[in-house]
Ligand binder design. Structure first.
Ligand code: SF4
Ligand code: SF4
Length: 230
């Protein structure tokens, strides 16, 4: 899939997910930012989209903000969502990963607002709670299943790309050469803190959610890509 198609499909995936969350009763609202930690994981296609947005909208100074805070500890995944699914299918153990929300806020958070809200990555969109997280986050198990399916799809469409912490992916995509090589699918090196994506082996859906999730999976499977305008 070429870059244009991937970005188109990503937008459609976001729209389907936003329609899903619109149907939920949530405590989420503006200036509510407890979930905006520095542990957000994104895929390369999302990083490309955000980097392109920053450059095209005169917000390149935000790269500096990300870089200035890049010495701080953050979650760096060692396997992707589809790799987790693969290991689960094979009945293998998952590696231990260290993550702690006390490591601090997302480097982009400004006055409890997200400066890239319209293009925020999926892992920010899917942080939703029935109760205010300051007291206690509460997510319906079905929402967790849906989130996982969307994460698998996004990695799948970006299977030639990679994933990593928001900071690491954005600093990689700040480089024009890296963006160009990524868009042409000729990337030779990815940073040591980034991990390669893979196709989804099988969707991880528990038996009790198989029926309920069908309409959402149908919507994802029927995404059509429009032809690139000349
Ligand atoms: S997930 Fe929690 S912290 Fe984030 S917007 Fe929703 S209620 Fe607020
Ligand atoms: S990118 Fe935006 S929504 Fe996501 S964690 Fe950072 S400030 Fe919050």
């Amino acid at each position: 899939m070429d870059l244009y198609s991937k970005l188109e499909v990503l937008d459609r995936i976001y729209k389907i997910y936003d329609a899903f969350t619109d149907s939920l009763e949530l405590a989420c609202q503006r200036y509510c930012s407890t979930c905006c930690t520095r542990n957000v994981i994104i895929t390369s296609i999302e990083g490309y989209k955000i980097a392109d947005h920053l450059i095209e909208n005169g917000k390149s100074e935000l790269f500096k903000k990300i870089k200035d805070e890049s010495y701080k500890k953050r979650f760096r995944p060692i396997i992707t969502t589809n790799k987790i699914a693969d290991l689960c299918i094979q009945g293998k153990e998952l590696p231990d990963e260290e993550i702690d929300s006390s490591w601090g806020n997302c480097p982009l958070l400004i006055n409890d607002e997200c400066p890239i809200y319209m293009v925020r990555p999926f892992n920010c969109r899917c942080m939703v709670s029935k109760t205010n997280c300051v007291d206690k986050a509460e997510m319906d198990p079905f929402v967790l299943t849906v989130n996982n399916v969307f994460l698998q799809y996004i990695e799948h469409i970006d299977q030639q790309g990679f994933s990593g912490n928001f900071t690491d992916v954005l600093l990689f995509m700040e480089s024009e050469d890296n963006r160009k090589n990524y868009s042409m699918e000729v990337l030779k090196e990815i940073g040591k803190d980034l991990i390669k994506n893979m196709p989804m082996p099988l969707l991880l859906v528990p038996p009790e959610h198989k029926q309920q999730i069908k309409p959402i999976i149908n919507s994802l499977q029927t995404i059509k890509v429009r032809r690139k305008p000349k």
